[in-house]
Design a binder for this molecule. Structure first.
Ligand code: IVH
Length: 676
């Protein structure tokens, strides 16, 4: 990347962080999760570390948060309220300790002693005491200048207003976190997305009488300016805080060495979901004040402390409703509609509840406060609900005994293989009777691995269904294009394109056609086995006799569930009609028996990058049809690397190194005497 591009990227990050800070500090609104924020901050800091010319004054390395809002009077912190650098792994912690030892010129790394304090996710505040009297409460603001929120802070019962202990310093700013316990949050859950927003919003009310109504808590953990403090380490300071009447975190611990920090981190992470307050990591502070002093600060964070963050892919939100979705095979899937919440940078408003048994087991109800997890790309799901936050009016969720779409009975089948009743409840109607099932079948029919009709996505299926343009798969090939052209959003050109894409797919292999039918238990692999066995569509279509079914069991890979499902499929007249109609509008190619005399015999292939107009699955079957093989990684065994758009560089480089032939899509198709 050249300098200009780097600057552009850097400024983009800076502008985003500015936007997030502004919203967070002035409107009490997080636009992203803490994890996403930290990630962005890390990217900026990494760039600055590498390139000296990147040093915006708005960088998080230079400022803490954003200027305070104008609603409250500003007040300077005598000692700045610093931020903390983050650690995400054991490696980060080892580096943190190494840097400390280097700084202190300690040759053989010692196991440092730390105060390990769970990091409550609330709002930090600084409380100024003189001669034991609480004088002023400040928010953090930009770290240098905070807001005078004394009246609101004074409503918090956990905060001592007079301290009479002899050893309480002449003057001190006690710093800590204002937060709301999760169990108190339910009364506010309508107004705020999470306890942290609720605390921030409540603390910054204009009217302290409103703040007083909110059960805010305060946990103390550090100090700013002090005159007359007689302790010399953090853990003793925490003990003193207790003696003076402040609440400290009961999970604070004194720990030596990184290994033990990790052990404690894992233990606390396990307890995390059961705690009554949200924590987003653990703060480690060098215990000895003298060492802290020697280490000092870098920019706006101390060298002697670090926040070890938890991976944040869980969040708490409210279940607004439970909807039942009906799948292609009739399975009723309950889906929780939740109050939208940002989990790891993605706004989540749906979470799967899997099936009826899952709802019963976890006793999930509409109105519940739930822990939702989003892991990778899988659909978010509900881990648990907090029954203690339930209102008296809460009712058990009754799973529908009738299909919400067609009114047929819903049933749970006995699974002959597992010898158990299925967890899934299904609509008992026969194919194409239930509208929802039919729509899902059509979506499957046009999908990527099936007919793969370009530009014919799920939305179009729904739209055309509503307009009664399609009901059965064959209708796709008999569309009334004149009517479509007149629809909103369509024009001559788009209709022409659609017509072209559909016509292109009239030629189809038996294997794809079988898969497209969406027969339960017949996925890609089984469709392939069936197509190899029957070879022609007419043979497949006429499966009907007992001996035909007996014959099916002999196909290696086809089991009892598949046979039953196929029997079921062929026993339905509507399905037979669909097959007959499809035969009229399609050209169904017989299965090419794999022989060793195909053009690609003895040749191996690997695809990298995005191909155009052809899926990976399709290219794989083309290769196999022509006696070639596909393999999954670049090695000496590979003959051809087919590259599409944005190929994986590593694969291309390695292939070059091994002198493997690199070809593009059209060169590959030429090998088969086809053009793209
Ligand atoms: S010490 C100089 N201790 O984390 C050290 N902070 O990103 C800075 N926090 O603004 C503060 N628990 O809101 C400290 N036990 C703890 C903490 C803690 C939560 C928050 C605090 C601070 C932020 C730093």
């Amino acid at each position: 990347m050249d300098k200009k591009e780097l600057k552009k990227k850097y400024n983009f990050y800076i502008n985003n962080i500015k936007k997030y800070n502004l919203s967070y500090f002035n409107n009490n609104k997080s636009l992203v999760t803490d994890a996403a924020y930290d990630e962005l901050k890390k990217k900026i800091l990494n760039l600055e570390k590498k390139y000296d010319f990147l040093n915006s004054k708005n960088s998080p390395s230079k400022s803490v948060g954003h200027k305070p809002s104008k609603n409250f009077k500003k007040f300077s912190h005598k000692v700045p309220m610093l931020s903390l650098s983050n650690a995400f792994s054991e490696e980060d912690l080892i580096n943190f300790e190494k840097k400390i030892c280097n700084y202190l010129s300690i040759k053989n790394q010692l196991d440092m002693e730390y105060s390990a304090e769970p990091k409550i996710d609330g709002i930090s505040a600084s409380l100024i005491y003189k001669k034991g009297k609480f004088l002023k409460g400040l928010s953090r603001g930009d770290g240098k200048e905070g807001e005078d929120i004394t009246d609101n802070i004074a409503t918090i019962k956990d905060i001592p207003k007079y301290i009479e202990s002899d050893d309480f310093p002449e003057e001190i700013d006690i710093r800590g976190e204002v937060f709301i316990q999760n169990s108190d949050f339910n009364i506010l859950s309508e107004k705020f997305a999470n306890p942290r927003n609720a605390a921030s919003g409540s603390l910054r009310q204009k009217n302290p009488k409103e703040t007083e109504k909110i059960p805010l808590k305060f946990i103390a953990y550090t100090f700013g300016y002090e005159r007359g403090l007689l302790v010399n380490n953090q853990f003793d300071f925490l003990k003193k805080l207790n003696e003076w009447g402040f609440i400290t975190n009961p999970l604070n611990k004194l720990i030596s060495g990184v290994k033990n920090l990790i052990k404690n981190y894992n233990e606390i992470e396990k307890k995390r979901s059961n705690l009554d307050f949200d924590i987003d990591g653990i703060v480690y502070k060098i215990n000895d004040f003298a060492i802290q002093k020697r280490l000092g600060n870098v920019a706006n964070a101390p060298r002697w402390a670090i926040a070890h963050k938890f991976s944040s892919n869980k969040a708490i939100s409210k279940i607004l409703d439970i909807e039942i979705q009906i799948g292609r095979t009739g399975a009723l899937t309950p889906v929780a509609k939740i109050k939208p919440i940002n989990i790891g940078g993605v706004v989540v408003s749906n979470a799967t509840l899997h099936n009826e048994d899952e709802i019963n087991r976890k006793d999930i109800r509409v109105g519940d406060i739930a822990v939702i997890e989003r892991a990778g790309d899988v659909i978010p799901h509900i881990i648990s609900v907090d029954t203690s936050k339930r209102l008296n009016t809460s009712k058990k969720f009754i799973f529908p005994k009738k299909c919400p779409s067609c009114g047929s009975d819903t049933i749970k089948e006995f699974n002959k293989v597992t010898k158990k009743i299925d967890a899934v409840r299904r609509c008992s109607s026969q194919d194409y009777f239930c509208d929802k099932i039919s729509i899902e079948k059509l979506k499957h029919f046009v999908s990527k691995e099936a007919f793969n009709i370009d530009g014919f996505g799920k939305r179009i299926v729904e739209n055309f269904w509503e307009l009664k343009l399609i009901k059965f798969p064959q209708d796709i090939f008999k569309l009334n294009y004149e009517k479509i052209e007149k629809l909103e959003g369509w024009g001559k050109l788009s209709v022409q394109n659609l017509k072209y894409s559909i016509n292109q797919k009239r030629n189809i292999s038996l294997e794809r056609l079988i898969y497209s039918l969406g027969i339960r238990h017949i996925g890609l692999e089984n469709a392939k086995l069936l197509s190899k066995h029957y070879i022609s569509f007419s043979k497949f279509k006429n499966i009907s006799t007992k001996s035909d079914y007996d014959d099916l069991v002999n196909i290696d890979g086809i089991g009892e569930s598949q046979v039953n499902s196929i029997k079921n499929f062929f026993s339905n007249k509507e399905n037979i009609r669909v097959l007959n109609e499809l035969e009229k509008v399609l050209v169904i190619k017989d299965t090419i028996q794999n022989s060793d005399d195909g053009i690609l015999n003895n040749k191996t292939f690997l695809v990298t990058g995005k191909l155009s107009g052809i899926s990976r699955a399709e290219i794989k079957s083309l290769i196999e049809e022509n006696s070639g093989k596909t393999i999954s990684s670049v090695s000496k065994k590979l003959d051809f690397l087919i590259i599409g758009e944005k190929p994986t560089k590593r694969k291309v480089d390695y292939a070059k190194e091994l002198k493997i032939k690199i070809i593009d899509q059209s060169e590959f198709l030429k090998m088969l005497n086809k053009t793209s």
